[in-house]
Design a protein around this ligand. Structure first.
Ligand code: ZN
Length: 136
């Protein structure tokens, strides 16, 4: 059911500066910016072959999951996203074997994807996002 590393999510304090670094200095193609009010974040997506890098910054400093992460740990890798086919089935299968999810699963995430997050205490300290991209 897991098809690829869909993206790596990186928490940043200054989205414009981070986009300039990843797009202009590292030469990645920007796929655009998006605000996800429900998560309290502004998101930039950059293409890396079949995968992507997702830069996340809080809409308000210190608020929402990314704001709290930045206050506790500073900038850095926030989550690894695994692209799945059939997110409903994936959630059911992982729940069946006892893996806990954080928050509602699935829910609408950035870029029109349906997403769910596995609790890092069950996944070796890494927050894992499962994501199903919208049908083209
Ligand atoms: Zn993500």
């Amino acid at each position: 059911m897991i098809r690829r590393i869909d993206h790596i999510g990186i928490a940043v304090r200054d989205l414009d500066k981070a986009v300039a670094l990843y797009r202009d200095t590292l030469g990645l193609k920007s796929l655009g910016l998006e605000t996800v009010e429900s998560e309290g974040v502004r998101v930039a997506l950059l293409e890396v072959g079949e995968s992507r890098i997702e830069l996340l910054t809080p809409l308000k400093p210190g608020e929402g999951p990314i704001g709290k992460f930045l206050e506790a740990r500073g900038e850095g890798v926030h989550h690894v996203c695994l692209g799945v086919e059939g997110i409903g089935k994936s959630i059911a299968a992982l729940t069946e074997v006892g893996l806990p999810f954080v928050g509602a699963a699935p829910r609408l995430g950035a870029h029109g994807c349906m997403v769910a997050f596995l609790h890092p205490k069950a996944t070796c300290g890494v927050l894992i996002e499962l994501s199903e991209r919208p049908s083209p």
